[in-house]
Design a protein around this ligand. Structure first.
Ligand SMILES: CCC(=O)SCCNC(=O)CCNC(=O)[C@H](O)C(C)(C)COP(=O)(O)OP(=O)(O)OC[C@H]1O[C@@H](n2cnc3c(N)ncnc32)[C@H](O)[C@@H]1OP(=O)(O)O
Ligand SMILES: O=CC(=O)O
Ligand SMILES: [Mg+2]
Length: 358
């Protein structure tokens, strides 16, 4: 671990100064595309915001889901798209290949030197511990210096190995570049030897069953499906909050099941995640809807803020006690609404139209 006095020093001569605080930019949907797939790639310029249908982040994926034979084409395709596109308010991220793969060194050197000025965040898969982030951190600093970049590229780690989960706090605190963490349920399930065969979401076999009714022992007992990912997401949220970085759900592979996708995203939102991945254009609207506080929640939050005056003490509102701590929760919602309204004109209209009565 670097001592505190060195934590914010650039790791290469000529590299930009690290950020002291991760910018709070909306990132409800991180939309994945394969830059080697010409049909998919041709849609990217039209997906740039502003606009309520646009993802907050476009991510050129170079890792899993890109065929091995297409790795170089994907990298070159991303360079081409980035150079030709004005991304306006939409962030551009990439997911590089794994650190032990034969492609990652060229991914980093090519992307940083050719489109480093356009890249906001680099997502690193299969991160095992702080040592992986330290490696990327130093290499990025060297490449940023070489490319003459004026702002540092941030780093996002995917939590998809048991060792990564065990080392979650040190990963979040490994570098001032750390922007956030995503859950990688598919790789994590395999690494943990879980007995699922899905990409995220629940499983009908993971349940609790109602006790038997002693009066009616043969009566069918209700079962309640449980969330396989609750433990990991909750750990992520705490580690991220502790280090001032952002937690995200990850992929939901059942593209056709929009209802279950929305449920999984909402669980993550309620627990503290700020966004999720979208793998198919259909999932962008789901993510934007779920990760934007509802008009009703904002109306309530603003009522509490108004009722609480200087923010101390306790008041009754609709039969419920509100105090300093419930006010803090409401302020989280109000601040998020302000950040989202700044980039989403449709949401701004909805939030601006809210009338607050006491
Ligand atoms: C599991 C762990 C992980 O690592 S998850 C992250 C890695 N996986 C990915 O990035 C997957 C990205 N998505 C995809 O490859 C595709 O969406 C998959 C899931 C294969 C479905 O594609 P396809 O069968 O073409 O779907 P479709 O016919 O419904 O497509 C309708 C039109 O939309 C397009 N489309 C599809 N996906 C995207 C996308 N991600 N971004 C932009 N455009 C997309 C299709 O090309 C299709 O276009 P058109 O209507 O034919 O002109
Ligand atoms: O990369 C994502 C995953 O679920 O694995
Ligand atoms: Mg993965």
């Amino acid at each position: 671990m670097r001592p505190a006095k060195d934590f914010f020093r650039p790791l290469a001569v000529g590299a930009p100064d690290p950020v002291h605080e991760v910018p709070a930019r909306p990132s409800r949907a991180i939309h994945f595309f394969d830059p080697s797939n010409e049909k998919m790639a041709s849609k990217i310029p039209d997906m740039v915001g502003p606009g309520s249908g646009a993802p907050d982040v476009l991510l050129g994926n170079l890792e899993d889901a890109v065929k091995a034979d297409n790795k170089e084409a994907a990298r070159a395709g991303l360079v081409r798209i980035a150079q030709a596109t004005d991304f306006g308010p939409t962030q551009l991220w990439t997911r590089i290949n794994a650190l032990d793969s034969p492609w990652v060194l060229d991914d980093l050197t090519t992307l940083v030197t050719e489109i480093g000025d356009k890249l906001d965040v680099i997502m690193v898969p299969k991160v095992q511990g702080a040592e992986d982030i330290h490696y990327v951190d130093r290499l990025l600093a060297q490449l940023e210096a070489k490319a003459g970049l004026e702002r540092p590229i941030l780093v996002h780690a995917i939590l998809e190995t048991a060792r990564g989960v065990a080392n979650i706090e040190e990963i979040c605190g490994a570098s001032p570049r750390m922007q956030g963490l995503s859950l990688g349920p598919a790789d994590l399930a395999a690494d943990r030897r879980m007995k699922t065969t899905r990409v995220g979401g629940g499983h009908p076999g993971y349940l609790v069953r109602q006790d038997p009714d002693p009066q009616q022992p043969d009566k069918q007992r209700q079962t309640y499906q449980q969330d396989l990912w609750h433990y990991t997401i909750a750990r992520m949220v705490d580690a991220c909050a502790m280090h001032g970085v952002y937690p995200y759900y990850g992929p939901f592979g059942d593209i056709a099941d929009e209802t279950a996708c929305e449920d999984q995203f909402r669980n993550a939102f309620l627990l503290g995640c700020v966004g999720t991945w979208s793998l198919h254009p259909k999932q962008i609207a789901i993510a934007n809807r779920v990760f934007s506080p509802s008009v009703e929640d904002i109306r309530h939050a603003r009522r509490v803020v108004a009722a609480m005056g200087d923010g101390t003490g306790a008041v009754m509102l609709d039969g419920k006690m509100e105090d300093d701590a419930s006010l803090k929760q409401c302020l989280v919602m109000v601040e998020l609404a302000e950040q989202l309204a700044a980039i989403d004109p449709e949401l701004r209209k909805q939030y601006d139209a809210i009338e607050v009565d006491r």
